[in-house]
Design a binder for this molecule. Structure first.
Ligand SMILES: *Cc1c(COP(=O)(O)O)cnc(C)c1O
Length: 366
C-alpha cells in the first residue's frame, strides 16, 4: 500500500507560486547575457545591502562559497579548521577540498549550534580558521564566538546557508564574522531554480581574493594573480530569479516563523525537545524536534500523511569515510542530536489546515 502524503516537507511550487519568475527569466533571455552580467551585479548589490555587509560576490553554490572563503582567509594544505559535526558534512567537504583537516567542536544542547565553551580549548590549539554554522535557521551564539576568535586572531567564517535574513541585535546573520557564505539551493529560505551561492564580507582584501578565485584566479581578464582559481559563477537566470524573491524574503521568513511558533505552542506539553527560539534570530529553515522513539514517531506521521526527514542522521565524525578513525572524538551532544533529531513540514505557502493536520498527527502519537 502506498500512503498519500498530505503534507510534504517542502514544496517549491507553493513557495514560488506568488512570484512571476517567467518574466524574470524572459528578461534574461531577451538580454542574451548569461554570465556575470547586469542581473548578477544588481543582485550582489541588493543582497549585500539586505545582509548589511559591504560586498557580495556570487558563486555557483554554497559549497563553493565555503571553499573560496576558506582559501581567502588563508587556509592551506595541512591547515586545521574548527567546525561543528552535525551540519551535513558541508564544512568538512570544503575543508577537505583544500587539503585541510576539520577539528570538530561539540554543539550546545539547547540550540544545537556550536558551543562557545567547547570552542575555547580548540582555539588554544590555533586552528587556521573557524566556521560557525547557523543551523536550521537558528543563529549561533555569535557574540561570544566572534569575541573569542578576535581575541585569538583567528578568522571566522559564518555559514548562513540556512539562515538568510536572521537577525541578532538588529544585525543580519552574515554580518558578524570576517566573511560569510550563503547557498541559494532551491529549498533554502532564499532559493533559486537551481544552484547558487554567495560570499559576503566588508573586508576588501578578502573580497578581492574571492572575486579572483571564482574566475580562474584572474585579477582582471586573462591576468592570473592567484593559484587554485576556479570557475564558480552564479548565472544571470538564477540572479534574476533571486532578485524577484529577495524583496519578499523577510515576509516569507515571518511566515515560516509563525508556523514554528504555532508548533512550539501546540507541542509544549509533549515529550519532545523543541526549537529554542521563535524570535527574529530564527528563520525556521527547518523545524527540528528531538524525539525519543524517532523511528516509530516518523512511521506514525507517515501513516498520517505527514512527511518528515532527519537533518542530519550521521555526525561528521561517524561518516564511513573516516572508517571509525574519528569515532572516539568526544562530541556527546552532537551524537545525541543525530540519534533524535527530525524535521517537520515548515515552509511558506503551507496552509493553516496543513499546519493543523501536522499538529493533530503529532499529538495522536503520544
Ligand atoms: C545547503 C548547505 C550548504 C551547501 O550549499 P550547496 O549550495 O548545496 O552547495 C552548506 N552549508 C549548509 C549549512 C547548508 O545547509
Amino acid at each position: 500500500m502506498t500512503i498519500k502524503t498530505v503534507v510534504p516537507l517542502f514544496s517549491a511550487s507553493l513557495v514560488n507560486s506568488r512570484f512571476d519568475l517567467a518574466s524574470a527569466l524572459k528578461r534574461v533571455l531577451d538580454s542574451n547575457s548569461f554570465v556575470l552580467g547586469k542581473e548578477v551585479a544588481q543582485f550582489e548589490l541588493e543582497f549585500a545591502r539586505h545582509t548589511q555587509v559591504e560586498h557580495c560576490v556570487s558563486v555557483a553554490n554554497g559549497s563553493d562559497a565555503l571553499e573560496l572563503a576558506l582559501r581567502a582567509v588563508g587556509v592551506v594544505n595541512g591547515s586545521r579548521v574548527a567546525c561543528v559535526a552535525n551540519a551535513g558534512f558541508y564544512s568538512s567537504t570544503a575543508i577537505h577540498l583544500l587539503g585541510a583537516v576539520p577539528v570538530y567542536v561539540d554543539v550546545d544542547a539547547h540550540s544545537l549550534n556550536m558551543c562557545e565553551r567547547a570552542l575555547a580549548p580548540v582555539l588554544e590549539t590555533r586552528p587556521a580558521a573557524v566556521i560557525v554554522t547557523h543551523l536550521y535557521g537558528q543563529m549561533a551564539a555569535i557574540d561570544p564566538i566572534v569575541r573569542q576568535c578576535r581575541a585569538a586572531g583567528i578568522p571566522l567564517i559564518e555559514d548562513c546557508a540556512q539562515a538568510h535574513g536572521a537577525l541578532h541585535a538588529g544585525r543580519r546573520a552574515g554580518s558578524f564574522a570576517d566573511i560569510s557564505c550563503f547557498s541559494f539551493y532551491p529549498t533554502k529560505n532564499l532559493g533559486a531554480l537551481g544552484d547558487g551561492g554567495a560570499v559576503l564580507s566588508s573586508n576588501i582584501d578578502l573580497i578581492a581574493a574571492v572575486k579572483a578565485l571564482r574566475q580562474y584566479g584572474w585579477a582582471r581578464k586573462y591576468e592570473v594573480t592567484r593559484i587554485c582559481g576556479r570557475n564558480s559563477r552564479l548565472d544571470e537566470l538564477q540572479a534574476a530569479v533571486l532578485r524577484e524573491k529577495l524583496p519578499v524574503l523577510d515576509e516569507q521568513n515571518a511566515e515560516r516563523r509563525a508556523i514554528a511558533a504555532r508548533y512550539n505552542h501546540a507541542f509544549a506539553a509533549l515529550p519532545l525537545r523543541l526549537p529554542v527560539s521563535v524570535g527574529e534570530d530564527f528563520v525556521a529553515h527547518l523545524y527540528v524536534v528531538r524525539a525519543e522513539r524517532r523511528e516509530q514517531f516518523r512511521a506514525h506521521l507517515l501513516e498520517c500523511g505527514v512527511a518528515t526527514d532527519v537533518h542530519y542522521p550521521i555526525a561528521d565524525t561517524m561518516q564511513p569515510l573516516f572508517g571509525g578513525r574519528r569515532a572516539a572524538e568526544m562530541l556527546p551532544v552532537t551524537l545525541d542530536a543525530c540519534a533524535s533529531v527530525m524535521s517537520l513540514p515548515c515552509f511558506p505557502g503551507m496552509t493553516s489546515d496543513d499546519v493543523e493536520h501536522v499538529v493533530k498527527s503529532v499529538r495522536s502519537f503520544f
